[in-house]
Write a protein that binds this ligand. Sequence first.
Ligand code: ZN
Length: 480
Amino acid sequence: MLKKIFLFMLAAVLILAAFVLFNTFRFTPPQPDAAALPAPELTPQSIEHFQRAIGFKTISYADPSLFDSARFLAFRSFLETTYPGMHTALSREIVEGYSLLYKWEGKNPELEPVVLMAHQDVVPIEEATRSMWTVDPFAGTIKDGFIWGRGTTDDKINLIAICEAVEKLLQHDFRPERTVYLAFGHDEEIGGKGAIAMARLLKERNIAAAFVLDEGGIVSASQVPGLAKPVALLGTAEKGYLSLKLTVTVPGGHSSMPQKETAIDILAAALHRLRSQPFAPEISEPMEGFMQSTGPYMGFAERMAFANRWLFEKPILNQFAKTNTGDAMIRTTMVPTIIEAGIKDNVVPTIATAVVNLRLLPGHTAQQAMEGVKQRINDNRVAIAPLSTISEASPVTPVSGFGYRKIAAAIQRSYPQVIASPFLVIGATDSRHFTGISSNIIKFSPMIDPIGFHGIDERVSLESYKTALWFYEQLLSDLK
Ligand SMILES: [Zn+2]
């Protein structure tokens, strides 16, 4: 009897192993890579234009009184003089004072238009880090094959590469098949009022876009563990944003005779309960697509796991959870960012507050997350309320849609040996305001392994800039 059971179990294990291996070996690249066309060399003018664009201190400050309109007006006239063809052939509207909305009329008015986005503003240089920069952050220095400076990667490379591609195509009397809108916001880093207004304007005109392309993912040459090939990460969704304020109010008193439990104690315990009970991990649709697209190019172990996700979901999630970035891809995160209590060293405060910032996975609503927080804290003395405007996670752009297919095809034509893959964008972009305009929103910046995003020594390679121009040219040339 025992032998029979053993034989049966052995057979079951062998069948399972055979099935897993069958799935693994069947998990191969979908089609041979289309050969990319080599990008033309950069002209000295193209390089100079990018350098000069970095020189404009179009900075978005958290404090709106620091906004310097003259910088934005100067940048606008720089665009006008640098791209005369574009400013003749395309119509332009100024929205919200400084955002720029261009319209390039297509040949076929029956076709839905597309929207290419970029933002003019950059984040400030933290005063404490100014001396740590290798170069002047606003000089547009070229050094070691890179262009250096604030805004090189975020987001002037996109804005300038789009203008360069449009200007070049116009010189060849090119006109796109469908209408192209260029939407250049001016305050992406502080909420995106410009993008909101541009989206509203298009909506009022009943414009539905075939796709919207904005910053987000990048081309990663070697940053994806286990993947030997470079991959273009096309953001098909972005996480939502929710900040909650926790407030505890209990009578305080003199610190010489403290009560058993103070407002600070209650708040600290609540925060501890939150941090020690993170939300459950899960594989969202963009990450499912990521495994589907990159899996066939991975080493054997990863390929086997990604090909058999029904069996290996747990180890896959554990692997992601090992790094902070990986962990943010698989769950709604929460972290305290501000904590306030007390005014004097010998007074027990009556009020203690904390702000907890959450980033919501697609499919998790702010309401669900708030309930999850309440449940974990499980203490009625802690009042929980949203701090500011809630931004739900974006809808997921279908990989089978027109936008994804066109952009992936343009990548294939402009980057040698690069595979395109869906991806989840952890941060927030202006394109989240365009969900009413299109259900095909792709978040992707055509640059290869940029460095110093929002930080010190921000820079992007000239090779990246060259292929970015080429990518936009390829994309604009094929919008049928
Ligand atoms: Zn940006």
